[in-house]
Design a protein. Structure first.
Length: 357
């Protein structure tokens, strides 16, 4: 029988650091920054009558938005339960995803919840080696989805993948950034693929040699640790059958497709939406996420709100409606998870540490 009981111990230094990073006081600045940007957008764009489409909202599209959000979260819960080989109960899987999403909201976008995932899984009773292995699996599959999806959306949208509203210089910079990010993600996915399934020792050796270069020498301890994590992950996952990878892959495709579909559903509730337009919004969302990956603010707060009109206003209509859409989008994809995490984090901490925290 798998171990489904969390380890109840006093917090280690690493655990205490995580709890400090996730404490409710850290919510103040991202919320103020995000709402401040939205307020500025409304102040700059508001005109009487521009919000008239709200009275004609298409409820089927709003219902579709809720269903997509629910399906995405259910998919995440299913995925983490089966990636961990059912070592988590359904309740544990739910709380892990809630805390994971909460961490993504309060940590910088470049780190996201993945940085906190091994600690979260370890506190649920999964050994550290396996926790690191399962985290690497999720990172590998997430990156692989991006690698396969980008050629599809480039074919679908072509040059219009980049907002025409940007000046030519910014469009070219965004194009370069998009290509560089795709190459980097592809290289990382390929490295994980080789490490997990072929020769992890060679990958560790390669990382150590690269970090021996003068400019990269300060990253050598981190490179060795990453290589060792890959080696451990390969050992932990050795023997996982095709069913394991099939379920993990399908659930990854499901959750990320649902994640990218949210904006299209929201826009469809207040603006004309055909199948072609929906697919185009889906494709544009890929480039939008590239910008968010570079955000240094918690959860991309401020950056996500500020960049949204550039990428999606042409599908919505007026600037005022776009500002409203920014607020609605962040409520259902960001502020909701901040609230959910604020409710469940104290309960989760009390459960895994065996006392009030």
């Amino acid at each position: 029988m798998p171990n489904t009981q969390p380890t109840r111990t006093l917090p280690t230094d690493q655990d205490a650091k995580l709890l400090r990073q996730l404490r409710p006081a850290r919510l103040v600045w991202p919320v103020l920054i995000g709402l401040g940007v939205v307020g500025f957008l409304f102040w700059r764009s508001y005109r009487p009558g521009d919000l008239a489409p709200l009275a004609e909202a298409k409820w089927p599209w709003l219902l579709a938005t809720l269903l997509v959000l629910w399906a995405r979260d259910a998919g995440y819960i299913y995925r983490i339960r089966y990636i961990t080989q059912k070592q988590l109960s359904w309740r544990q899987a739910f709380e892990v995803i809630v805390i994971w999403e909460f961490a993504s909201c309060v940590l910088p976008s470049a780190a996201g919840g993945t940085a906190a995932a091994p600690i979260i899984l370890t506190k649920e009773g999964i050994p550290l080696g396996k926790s690191l292995a399962y985290t690497i699996v999720t990172a590998f599959l997430d990156n692989l989805y991006y690698v396969f999806m980008v050629p599809l959306v480039v074919w679908l949208a072509g040059a219009a993948l980049y907002p025409r509203e940007l000046q030519s210089g910014f469009v070219e910079s965004l194009r370069v950034l998009f290509v560089v990010s795709y190459v980097a993600v592809s290289a990382y996915a390929g490295l994980l693929l080789y490490a997990l399934f072929v020769n992890p020792i060679s990958v560790r050796r390669l990382l150590v040699r690269l970090s021996s270069l003068r400019l990269l020498r300060r990253f050598r301890p981190r490179a060795y640790a990453l290589g060792q994590d890959m080696l451990n992950a390969s050992a932990q996952l050795r023997g996982a059958g095709w069913r394991y990878w099939w379920r993990a892959s399908l659930s990854t495709v499901f959750v990320w497709t649902a994640r990218y579909a949210v904006i299209g559903c929201l826009i469809g509730a207040f603006a004309p939406m055909s199948t072609g337009t929906f697919l185009f919004v889906f494709a544009r969302n890929i480039t939008y996420k590239v910008v968010l990956l570079l955000a240094i603010t918690p959860g991309g707060s401020g950056i996500a709100e500020g960049a949204f009109p550039t990428f999606f206003q042409s599908f919505i209509g007026t600037a005022t409606m776009t500002s409203f859409m920014v607020l609605l989008y962040r409520i259902v994809t960001y502020y909701f998870y901040l609230l959910l995490g604020t409710v469940f984090l104290p309960r989760w901490a009390a459960r895994v540490f065996g006392g009030r925290k």
